[in-house]
Design a protein around this ligand. Structure first.
Ligand SMILES: [Zn+2]
Length: 341
């Protein structure tokens, strides 16, 4: 595996739910520092790194988010199973059957499986027709527990994080399939562009900040924590693949509009021109149910041009998949943007 794929798989296997992304923040910090980048962790726990540019007259911020969907123990049922409270926007269908681990407040992990509470077809009648909701989905713990007291005696509590098994896998055909490619594939894009800068001995046109946010899935990731005089804010996040979408897993999407409205026209057109001029495989696209760290920054009051690019991710917020080519094309676009005057 090459450096970027290796980085991505290791990152996918590092637990980092929204609100508790510290492990992945530290993982990325180590990787960036090995490439001689100055990094600091912000008050909110995000990572801010500076790539010194030739010209100091403006600042650019490029973001990707390392936090992921997850859940918390909402309630311990009398039979020793547990109800979930969702972190981030996903359907309960998308986690049915998934292996998970419950992290106690003392840092101990217990494995389990997320299930509909009447799953066995040999016992129950309406397994195939019942809507999956927070009320009927549970964690089945891999411990001999008969009641809620047994579960509590293990040290498990309401409010414990429940991590989904990402099941990261790279296929011979170049696909990466895993949970949480949104937006760990985007973080890998930032890493890849940084590697290119170091390998080619090139310097950003302007001071460029890498902002790795840790609360995007719950909406307030990039509302603060990067230079306030940022003139251009570029979010690298997933391209939305699906019926009617132009984004593909093997290209880079340039999003011109999402649920938050249009992205900055001037910056978006410059990104398109950079893609055209460098032979990058891209698609202009509109994301119908989507907001990004760039739109979060703007809604928080940032006075900057904002844009959004990223590799196409299929089946987002479920069993996601992208292609190494999508990450490469995104990294090329980011690299040439960082060098552009
Ligand atoms: Zn995302």
């Amino acid at each position: 595996m090459d450096k970027v794929t290796d980085f991505l798989v290791n990152l996918l296997n590092t637990k980092s739910p929204s609100g508790h992304a510290d492990r992945a923040i530290n993982f990325v910090k180590d990787a960036f520092e090995k490439l001689n980048v100055n990094c600091e962790i912000t008050n909110k726990g995000a990572l801010l790194c500076v790539l010194e540019g030739k010209n100091k007259s403006i600042k650019r911020t490029v973001s990707a988010h390392v936090d992921t969907l997850a859940a918390m123990v909402k309630e311990i049922n009398s039979d020793g199973s547990m109800k979930l409270s969702r972190i981030g926007g996903y359907t309960m269908n998308s986690v049915e059957g998934e292996y998970c681990s419950v992290e106690t407040f003392n840092g101990k992990f217990y494995s389990g499986t997320i299930l509909y509470n009447e799953t066995s077809v040999h016992v129950y009648e309406k397994v195939g027709t019942t809507e999956r909701t927070d009320k009927n989905m549970i964690v089945r713990l891999d411990e001999v527990v008969k009641n809620d007291k047994d579960v509590k005696n293990l040290g498990i509590s309401v409010g414990n994080y429940v991590h989904f098994d990402p099941r990261a896998k790279v296929t011979n055909s170049g696909f990466v399939k895993s949970r949480h490619l949104d937006d760990k594939a985007g973080v890998a894009v930032l890493y890849s562009a940084l590697l290119k800068l170091r390998e080619n001995g090139t310097v950003p046109a302007y001071d460029t900040y890498y902002f790795i946010s840790n609360n995007e899935e719950v909406g307030h990731g990039a509302r603060a924590g990067y230079p306030e005089d940022t003139a251009e804010f570029l979010a690298v996040d997933m391209g939305a693949v699906g019926k009617g979408q132009a984004s593909r897993e093997d290209n880079v999407a340039i999003c011109i509009k999402d649920s938050s409205g249009p992205y900055n026209y001037d910056l978006t057109m410059r990104l398109k021109d950079i893609a055209v001029n460098n032979g990058i495989n891209f698609a202009m696209d509109i994301f119908p149910h989507y907001g990004s760290d760039a739109s979060a920054a703007i809604s928080a009051g940032l006075n900057a041009k904002h844009a959004l690019i990223g590799p196409g991710i299929d089946a987002s917020h479920a069993m996601e998949r992208t292609h190494i080519k999508g990450i490469e094309e995104s990294a090329k676009l980011l690299y040439y943007y960082i060098l552009s005057e």
